[in-house]
Write a protein that binds this ligand. Structure first.
Ligand SMILES: [Zn+2]
Length: 253
């Protein structure tokens, strides 16, 4: 249900490869204040990013205000502190909470529990490292309304655990496994209106920043008349962190 199967490798990369990639990318990008190094895996997985590379990575990113990396909760530990101590920018670690529905979290084979997530966030908070949660909108085995409800519960739970912000990710098909579940009737992609509902809810509870993930967002719209307005509404809510008046369209009736 996640996108880690894209843009990744089957083999571990050699030490030095990741810093070289970062250096190349930074030379080709306009200057910005905040940098995300999402590696389609866990930054703190030794087989993804060798610890030997931390120092060079830290030196490459020293001009940024914030650095974001992603990690599985079970890989949160001492290595995060080692890396943080080398860094000039403020470190934030994104962790997939996915869903607080305990049975469905087990079914999606993430090999983690809600307790693992809470412990990781608490460890990071105790060491002055910010965290953010990835929350899935409508993982497999949920109806549309269950998808909305559990995404809302997951956002609340993530903030209660101590994250600084949440990103809501509408679940996509396309990786093969999700397509099989879809054919079996266990999954269908969420509606863009559900993403609006969950984003509104997250902003309304005022516990931290809430972002809707807008990658390929048009695919989640089933009505061509209001797609552009709904996407614009989500963009405005992401940027302003305030509720934007709802879109009115015949598809609501
Ligand atoms: Zn419409």
């Amino acid at each position: 249900m996640c996108d880690l199967w894209k843009n990744t490798t089957n083999e571990s990369v050699a030490s030095g490869d990741i810093p070289a990639q970062i250096e190349w990318a930074l030379n080709h990008l306009p200057h910005v204040k905040h940098l995300k190094l999402y590696n389609s895996g866990s930054f703190f997985d030794e087989r993804a990013i060798p610890e030997k590379d931390y120092e060079r990575i830290a030196s490459l990113v020293k001009g940024f205000e914030t650095l974001l990396v992603e990690s599985h909760p079970k890989l949160i530990g001492e290595k995060c502190l080692t890396f943080k101590n080398m860094l000039k920018p403020e470190l934030q670690i994104a962790i997939g909470l996915e869903t607080v529905h305990p049975e469905i979290l087990a079914l999606i084979n993430k090999k983690m529990t809600i307790e693992d997530f809470r412990e990781s966030v608490s460890f990071l908070n105790n060491h002055g490292i910010l965290s953010r949660a990835f929350v899935l909108l409508k993982p497999p085995f949920m109806t549309e309304s269950e998808g909305v409800y559990w995404a809302q519960m997951s956002i609340e739970s993530a903030f209660n655990s101590g994250v600084e912000c949440c990103t809501i990710i509408p679940v996509r098909s396309g990786n093969g496994a999700m397509d099989i579940l879809q054919d079996q009737g266990h999954f269908s992609p969420p509606d863009i209106r559900s993403l609006e509902t969950v984003t509104e809810y997250g902003i309304k509870i005022n516990a931290g920043r809430v972002f809707a993930d807008l990658w390929d967002i048009e695919k989640f719209s089933r009505c061509s008349k209001c797609t552009d307005q709904r996407v614009a509404r989500l963009v405005a809510m992401n940027l302003g962190q305030e509720i934007v008046p709802p879109v009115r369209c015949i598809c609501d009736s």
